[in-house]
Design a protein around this ligand. Structure first.
Ligand code: VGL
Ligand code: ZN
Length: 234
């Protein structure tokens, strides 16, 4: 009797454990959207601002795309001589920082110039059901890491309106780079009220002067969820 009692307690504990881990999985719903950030030639091997192992996000994103009804893709889309390019600031080098009218700006190599092969989406990226491609950073005098708001923190891209009109409540973010366009997109998504998840293994980072740790710290302080692609189920 005692022994049976113990055994049933044990199986109850086991069942609780199992259902707990099953309920830990996240199932994207009709009001969830996946935002695929800047998976472009410029940010992978052979591009003008390559992110280490950036191309590795592609198969992970393909897996994720199967779980979502709503998918938005973004493209960094700069004018030639864009203000974020070191080449536009005489005497300055890429990866230095300067003070501009809208705040601190890291200067980058010339990258993702509108209409060039470098700015195209990576050719192996295949997400036919993505319904919107949003381009950002196309104002010559203003950068935009975020897919929602440009670096002046005022100029909207229209993405908030698009997602809200389509009754999206939760956004999941993947792509490049974790510590710049992914993080800024996540932070702005949170600030306009979305429930936000960054899928870590579907991103890769630039990691400049501790920027990756700083980005995760900031995101976590805002309640942005840091998850892995294996946390999602269909
Ligand atoms: C990005 C630096 C400059 C990004 C874009 O996509 O993370 N980073 N432009
Ligand atoms: Zn850029």
């Amino acid at each position: 009797m005692k022994r049976r009692h113990f055994a049933s307690l044990f199986s109850l504990a086991l069942a609780t454990q199992l259902s707990y881990s099953a309920s830990n999985k996240i199932k994207p719903k009709a009001n969830s959207a996946l935002i695929v950030v800047d998976v472009q030639n410029c940010f992978v091997q052979g591009g003008t601002l390559p992110v280490q192992n950036g191309e590795d996000v592609v198969p992970v994103i393909h897996q994720l795309a199967q779980l979502f009804e709503n998918i938005v893709i973004t493209q960094d889309w700069h004018t030639p001589s864009h203000i974020s390019f070191a080449s536009s600031h005489p005497g300055r080098q890429p990866f230095e920082s300067v003070q501009l009218s809208y705040g601190q700006q890291i200067l980058w190599p010339d990258h993702c110039i509108q209409g060039t092969p470098d700015a195209e989406l990576v050719s192996s990226l295949h997400i036919p059901k993505a319904a919107l491609i949003i381009r950002k950073g196309h104002h010559p005098e203003l950068d935009s890491y975020s897919a929602f708001r440009e670096a002046d923190h005022k100029t909207g891209t229209g993405l908030t309106g698009y997602l809200k009109e389509r009754l999206i409540k939760q956004v999941f973010i993947a792509g490049l780079a974790t510590d710049f366009c992914v993080a800024w997109t996540a932070i702005d998504a949170r600030s306009v009220g979305f429930d936000v998840y960054v899928i870590e293994d579907a991103t890769r980072a630039i990691n400049l002067n501790g920027s990756l740790i700083a980005a995760w710290k900031k995101m976590s302080s805002l309640g942005i969820h840091r998850i892995q692609s294996s946390d999602l189920v269909s």
